[in-house]
Write a protein that binds this ligand. Structure first.
Ligand code: NAP
Length: 343
């Protein structure tokens, strides 16, 4: 029997690598797009179990429709994961995040329509959910809550603007063109990496463990395991009845509790300093993953995610100080809102 064939965009990234691994383990033939197949940062893909028989790499930028079409050809399903997650301060929002996120999503969806792809799973983010000042206080946010683009623009939260517009665009396109699209909104993703470079969300946890120049606010974090995100993407792809938007944010915890949990297991790191007062003004409030759990999603406990992450960083030397590297430990600009204000 010919195995089912699917395409994963941005295959070499943090989440996508776990998805490719999962798909190969389930017998899928996978077309993974990467921007540079010769870059050593993508070499881990060819080492995955089953890659020799089941994986083909395609060179494609999401702004290059012809390259995307070559990768999607012959696939019955597509996982659109590629989108920039910049660690550095965004200087030109249009070219750095808006175009690749929004135009990139539209490009892949148009290709999927033209190639009669049966189902598309698009990775969005809780950044497209949380920033909504009109959401009733005390009510957990759900899939009907959308970030207010005006608020995000006023606060220069360009990544949030890009993810919100990209997800809206995807669902509108699906509705207008009769394409079967579901979107998934993960919160902050931690857990072991398969790729060799430290991605932006992992960099946040590394900063928490190693400590850095600034203290953090004691505020709410939503955390999901990268392996559970991969599970959610495949589960929703395989469930014929899945539709619309799905939040994947199973665990919440505040900064102090994360520090306590980590220090108990690993007392010898510096750790970031945390302010005593709980941050009352945080837009990050409880959020529900019930819709996804009702589809059968069973995410793991937060402790396992955090401890497996630290074990991975220890094993690979990511937590060691590198002499002369002033930038070795920085809080990615994307998470600057975790910084406590200077007194
Ligand atoms: P990542 O490791 O940085 O992966 C991002 C991927 O997108 C990389 O493979 C990157 O390719 C690719 N990409 C960026 N711009 C591209 C372009 N113009 N053309 C083609 N590919 C491009 O980060 P990640 O955390 O796995 O993120 C994957 C997805 O999850 C993104 O859509 C992100 O918004 C979403 N997400 C992540 C988190 C999180 O906490 N990690 C939370 C919620 C949602 P290169 O390697 O060539 O740059």
């Amino acid at each position: 029997m010919t195995p089912p064939r699917v395409c994963v965009t941005g295959g070499g990234g943090y989440i996508a690598s776990w998805l490719v691994k999962l798909l190969l383990s389930r017998g899928y033939a996978v077309h993974a797009t990467v921007r540079d197949p010769c870059d050593p940062k993508n070499a881990h893909l060819t080492q995955l179990d089953g890659a020799a028989e089941g994986l083909r790499l395609f060179k494609a930028d999401v702004l290059d429709r012809a390259a995307l079409a070559a990768a999607v050809k012959g696939c019955e399903g597509v996982f659109h994961v590629a989108s920039p997650v910049p660690a550095d301060k965004i200087v030109d929002p249009q070219s750095e995040v808006m175009e690749p996120a929004v135009k990139g999503t539209l490009n892949i969806l148009e290709v999927c329509s033209s190639m009669k792809v049966q189902k598309v799973v698009v990775v969005s983010s809780t950044s497209a959910v949380h920033f909504n000042p009109n959401w009733p206080q005390g009510k957990p946010k759900d899939e009907s809550c959308w970030s207010d683009k005006k608020v995000c623009i006023e606060n220069e939260l360009w990544y949030c603007v890009a993810k919100t517009v990209a997800e809206e665009t995807a669902l509108e396109y699906a509705e207008k063109n009769g394409l079967n699209v579901v979107t998934v909104c993960p919160c902050i993703v931690f857990g072991p990496q398969l790729q060799p470079v430290v991605n932006t969300s992992s960099e946040l946890l590394v900063y928490v463990i190693k400590g850095g120049p600034n203290a953090m606010n004691d505020r709410l974090w939503h955390i999901v395991d990268v392996r559970d995100v991969a599970d959610a993407l495949l589960l929703l792809y395989e469930k014929p009845e899945s539709s619309g938007r799905y939040i994947s944010a199973p665990n919440y915890i505040n900064t102090k509790a994360i520090l306590e949990l980590l220090k108990k297991a690993y007392p010898n790191y510096n750790y970031v300093k945390c302010k005593d007062n709980a941050d009352q003004n945080s837009p990050i409030t409880p959020i529900s993953s019930e819709k996804l759990k009702n589809q059968g999603w069973k995410p793991r406990a937060l402790e396992e995610t955090l401890l497996d992450s630290v074990e991975y960083y220890r094993k690979t030397g990511i937590l060691q100080d590198v002499e002369g590297e002033g930038q070795a430990c920085r809080l990615p600009d994307l998470f600057q809102f975790f910084h406590a204000a200077e007194e």
